[in-house]
Write a protein that binds this ligand. Structure first.
Ligand SMILES: Nc1ncnc2c1ncn2[C@@H]1O[C@H](COP(=O)(O)OP(=O)(O)OP(=O)(O)O)[C@@H](O)[C@H]1O
Length: 579
């Protein structure tokens, strides 16, 4: 049972709420069950049984008191049931609200690079289905389990006092029943884990399948993917049957043990009665309550399987909680300008033998434009991702305004810088909503002005509802070039002193590219600009061009200087001019 207490403890430690109503609710539910059982014992003590030393309350109190006692028990039971359920639900949902909030806070503080490694479908499944599984434990199962275990134990003590021999007969097979249940639930747990893994795999595959359906269809690969999914669904079916089989057989064996204990109690009672050692009243009490005490234990056995599910879900969420968060200082740093300095920076992605970047050193003075060029896979995007703290470098350091990036709060860093990445992210809202994400307080005139300068205004006005047109999930109702122009406009609207652009104009036609470039040059005046570019023509006026190859800076200088050196840059330039 340590896995259970540990799982519950972890959920409560993770949640940022304490939910005392849950504990009150659980206590009331236990009391409710005890009240349901108590009338049998009240009747027994009322009537009295001289054989077991019980004189009987009926001797000294009027029958009216029995009626009052029974009525009081009924009332307490009803009240406990109502307030117990109310508080368990309220407390349970409150606790889970806190748990969800903590999980989301944690995911929000994960390095963006770590999030990109997660399969979106699996992450979504964990954050929704696993959390729902844990929630049902707190709101429904825990109270039942506590009552099912504690109430029989409480009354068993009374039964021991009434007749220890019958109680022993009733309990003797229980250890065997629990041992078997424990053994079988080990197998059950393993199949359950495989089933859940199957669900996670299927969720990951499904999201990728739906997201990539266009590509898969165009390459005529949709069918093999459907076959993969079908295999996954078949595996889930197989594991689900396994879960049912193990859970079913565990419960059946448990039930047989319990039935054996009833038969044993009957045999012991027969022997005691034959030797005149058992009073009719004691026997009646045992006959009435034996099943009522053992059945909840059977229910508890069934809940145990659900609780195993909690343990598995909690383990998966705990793994997520253990991913290291971005380390941030508590107080904002005081930056001295916006000079960017890379000092001997080295980056190696987790699980990779090769360094993606090595020994990278350069300085970008405030207000300068620096271009990063080089062949595909040279490390250009990685360098920009370091500035956005997707990852931290394993070697060297990066400074902004004289402060190490790790000593700057993310909030502060993102206030100082604006990013346009290769993979544009837009949201299912209006064009205006998407633009104002960068600056919620921006006026419409301000937005329109930036859009004009980044060649967006014309196409936005041609949309059915202009700036109020909804653009669909990730802007799917727009063309690639339009999406990219919107993301540039959004970055510029933010009006941050540092602009980081990764292939910003890659999917824009040459004419629009020229126009955007012109707009960018105007808007970028006075800002520090770091641009990753494939088309060298867009950056030949940069103050500094860094040429990357194999993760290292192999050349640096201005356009003319690099052409004169006749190295990799000159070769790339010649190729592009010829093509
Ligand atoms: N998340 C990641 N995990 C592991 N390796 C990565 C990851 N991202 C990039 N890499 C590797 O790091 C190297 C540099 O990649 P990067 O994307 O920075 O190159 P790039 O110069 O921007 O390429 P391109 O011009 O094609 O976009 C490549 O070998 C790439 O395979």
């Amino acid at each position: 049972m340590q896995w259970l207490t540990e799982g519950l403890r972890q959920v409560m430690a993770t949640a940022d709420t304490r939910a005392p109503r849950l504990w009150l609710g659980l206590a009331l539910r236990v009391l409710e069950r005890a009240c349901a059982m108590a009338p049998f014992f009240l009747g027994f003590f009322w009537l009295g049984d001289p054989a077991s030393g019980n004189q009987g309350l009926a001797q000294s109190a009027s029958p009216g008191w029995l009626a009052v006692g029974l009525l009081a028990l009924l009332m307490v039971q009803l009240l406990c049931s109502h307030f117990g359920q109310l508080n368990t639900f309220l407390g349970g949902y409150q606790l889970m609200h806190g748990y969800r909030r903590s999980l989301l806070d944690h995911v929000g503080r994960l390095p963006l690079g770590a999030l990109r490694r997660e399969r979106i479908g699996q992450l979504g499944e964990r954050l929704t289905e696993d959390v729902k599984r844990i929630e049902s434990i707190f709101t429904h199962v825990l109270a039942e389990l506590l009552a099912a275990l504690s109430v029989p134990l409480m009354f068993m003590l009374v039964l021991v006092w009434v007749d220890w021999r019958l109680t022993l007969a009733l309990l003797v097979t229980l250890p065997l029943a629990f041992a078997m249940l424990n053994l079988l639930s080990g197998f059950f747990l393993a199949v359950g884990r495989r089933k859940q893994q199957g669900f996670l795999e299927a969720a990951g595959l499904l999201v990728e399948f739906i997201g990539g359906l266009r590509t898969l269809r165009l390459f005529d690969r949709a069918e093999p993917w459907r076959t993969r999914l079908d295999c996954q669904f078949r595996a889930i079916e197989r594991h689900s049957l396994g879960v049912e089989a193990w859970a079913g057989s565990a419960i059946q064996l448990y039930r047989i043990c319990i039935d054996m204990s009833l038969a044993l109690m009957l045999a012991v009672a027969a022997w005691l009665a034959a030797t005149s050692q058992l009073s009719a009243l004691s026997w009646m009490l045992f006959a009435l309550v034996a099943n009522r005490l053992l059945d909840p234990l059977l229910d508890a056995a069934a809940y145990l399987s659900e609780l195993r599910g909690l343990a598995q879900a909690q383990t998966r969420l705990q793994e997520l909680m253990q991913l290291p968060e971005v380390q941030e200082p508590l107080a904002p740093a005081s930056l001295h300008g916006h000079r960017v300095v890379f000092r001997n920076v080295g980056l190696r992605y987790p699980g990779q033998a090769q360094w993606a970047l090595q020994g990278v050193e350069f300085v970008v003075e405030e207000g300068q434009m620096v271009a990063i060029v080089g062949p595909s896979g040279a490390g250009k995007s990685s360098l920009l991702h370091l500035l956005a703290r997707f990852h931290d470098p394993q070697q060297g350091s990066i400074e902004l305004g004289g402060v190490d990036l790790r000593q700057i709060r993310l909030e502060q860093l993102y206030q100082q810088s604006s990013f346009v990445f290769q993979d544009v992210q837009l949201f299912d809202g209006s064009v205006l909503d998407n633009l104002c994400l960068a600056k919620p307080e921006a006026s419409l005139e301000e937005v329109v002005e930036v859009c004009r300068q980044t060649c967006c205004d014309e196409f936005i006005r041609s949309l059915p509802e202009g700036y109020d047109t909804r653009i669909g999930e990730n802007g799917q109702r727009l063309s690639g070039g339009e999406r990219q122009r919107l993301s540039i406009a959004r970055a510029l609207l933010k009006d941050a002193p540092i602009l980081l652009l990764d292939e910003a104009t890659a999917s824009v036609d040459p004419l629009a590219q020229y126009e955007i470039q012109r707009g960018l040059s105007q808007l970028a005046q006075g800002r520090t600009l770091i641009v990753v570019a494939h088309r060298l023509g867009t950056v030949c006026h940069a103050d500094l061009i860094l040429v990357l190859e194999g993760g290292c800076v192999v050349e640096r200088g201005r356009h003319e200087q690099l052409l004169a050196e006749d190295g990799l840059y000159a070769e790339l330039w010649r190729r592009q001019q010829a093509g």
